[in-house]
Design a protein. Structure first.
Length: 256
C-alpha cells in the first residue's frame, strides 16, 4: 500500500513537471487572471474606505478558487486521460483496488498543488502589497477539510466522466458554482455553513486577515467544518462507486 502511494505521488509529480512550458504557462495564466482582477478592482474601488479589507478577501477567495478548481478537476481529467491512452483498465487490475488508487491520486494532487499554489499566493501578496497572516498549523487544520469537501465533488465529476466521457461544459458550470460558494457570507447565512467550501473559506479568511489561530475559534465551528468534509468526501466517493459500477456493467469503462 505504501509503495503504491509513493509510486502514484512520483508519477503525479513527473507528469506535472514533464512539460515545463505548459507548467510555466499555467502558473503565469493564473497570476495574470488575478492581476487583471486586481487592476480592475483598484481602478473601480481603489478610493473606497474598505479597499484594503476587500482586497484581502479577493486574495483569499482567488487563492481558494484556483485550488478548488484544481482539486475537483484532477480526478475527472485524469480518468478521461487514462481512458484516451487506454491505461484505465490497467489501474483497475491493481491488487490494492481502484478506490485506494483514487484516494492516493487525491492526496498526491493535494500535496503537489500546495507546492504550486503557495508561490502564487506570495506573488499575489507582493503585487498588492497586502501581506496576510500565515499560520501554517492553523491553515493546515482549516485547509485540509475545506479542500477535502471539494475533492468529494471531484469524485462525483470523476464518476460522471467514466460514464459520459466528455463533460467539459459541466466543469465550466462548476467553476462558477465555486465562485458562488466562496462569496456566500457563511457567518451570516446558516445554511452556508453546511455547504462545501463556503464555511471553510470564512474560517480561513478569519485566520489570514484577523490572525485568529485555530485554538481561539469556536470548537463547534471546527466540528461543523470537519463534519462537512467527511460528509461530502465520502458521499462523493460513494457516488463515484455507483457510476463506476454502471460503467463496468455497460462495458464503457475504458471507452472514450
Amino acid at each position: 500500500m505504501k509503495q503504491v502511494f509513493f509510486s502514484i505521488l512520483r508519477k503525479e509529480w513527473i507528469t506535472t513537471i514533464r512539460y515545463p512550458m505548459n507548467f510555466i504557462s499555467s502558473l503565469v495564466s493564473i497570476y495574470l487572471i488575478f492581476f487583471l482582477i486586481f487592476i480592475g478592482y483598484k481602478t473601480v474601488g481603489g478610493g473606497g474606505p474598505n479597499f484594503g479589507q476587500n482586497l484581502e478577501s479577493i486574495i483569499v477567495g482567488f487563492f481558494l478558487w484556483t485550488f478548488a478548481i484544481a482539486a475537483y478537476a484532477r480526478l475527472s481529467w485524469g480518468l478521461t486521460s487514462e481512458s484516451t491512452t487506454g491505461t484505465l483498465e490497467q489501474l483497475y487490475m491493481s491488487p490494492v483496488g481502484f478506490h485506494w488508487i483514487s484516494v492516493f491520486i487525491v492526496i498526491s494532487d493535494f500535496l503537489i498543488s500546495s507546492l504550486l499554489e503557495i508561490p502564487i499566493l506570495f506573488l499575489m501578496m507582493l503585487t498588492t502589497g497586502k501581506w496576510l497572516h500565515i499560520d501554517v498549523i492553523t491553515l493546515l487544520i482549516l485547509f485540509i477539510p475545506t479542500i477535502g469537501s471539494v475533492y468529494g465533488i471531484g469524485f462525483i465529476s470523476g464518476g460522471i466522466a467514466l460514464v459520459y466521457k466528455r463533460i467539459q461544459s459541466f466543469f465550466q458550470v462548476l467553476q462558477f458554482l465555486f465562485v458562488i460558494l466562496i462569496m456566500i457570507p457563511a457567518h451570516e447565512t446558516t445554511i452556508a455553513k453546511f455547504l462545501p467550501l463556503s464555511f471553510g473559506t470564512y474560517l480561513i479568511h478569519e485566520s489570514m486577515t484577523q490572525a485568529v489561530p485555530f485554538y481561539r475559534m469556536n470548537p463547534a465551528d471546527l466540528a461543523i467544518l470537519y463534519t462537512n468534509f467527511l460528509f461530502y468526501f465520502f458521499l462523493g466517493l460513494w457516488i463515484f462507486t455507483r457510476f463506476e459500477y454502471y460503467a463496468r456493467k455497460k462495458g464503457v469503462l475504458g471507452h472514450y
